[in-house]
Ligand binder design. Sequence first.
Ligand code: GRF
Length: 208
Amino acid sequence: MSVGTTERTRIAVLVSGSGSNLQALIDASLDPDFGAEIAVVIADRPHVSALDRAAAQDIDHVVVAWSDFFDRAAFTAAICDVARRYEVAGLVLAGFMRILARGAIEQYPDAIINVHPALLPAFPGADAVGRALAHGVTVTGVTVHFVDEQVDHGPIILQEAVAVRSGDTVAVLHGRIQKIEHRVFPRVVDAFGKGLLRVEGRRVEWTS
Ligand code: GRF
């Protein structure tokens, strides 16, 4: 059984770790008015907590292990095969630590969404919170964006700032950032599911 009803836009949620953003999406999707249905959760490695969260909610979950593949294109193709089998309209990257190859962007144009723990274009890539802190920024935040062929680069859907406080550690600052993620990410996925996001070049218009 999957969360939600069949009229909603079916999505695959891709995860690599704890899955707190997946949990926020699961919780949001319990509302019958939420625009998306989590058809399947796909992890790039076994035994991550995100898979337990999917199982606890009786959501289908699949491991496509990065370590089983010899290259990014083949790994991406395997993920797209699962997504196609579940007839999803988009991929939602919720703490997914792999870069997808071009094949995914071709299969899901303007339909792959990522959440990043910094205000892009600042601090793309890994350890964004640690690098922002080390750089001495006083404001960082959350970016939710469509995925294109460059890392953490596609059209920005929504951003929210988070102030850095004196004495912040990476864990403390990341904790405050994640609180925001858990609020805004489901909002974006709901809008995507309802067809309210229109991409015009680098800009994303929210329609109503
Ligand atoms: C989030 O902070 C997200 O911005 C980043 O990875 C983290 C994943 O956390 N891409 P979780 O697995 O959703 O708890």
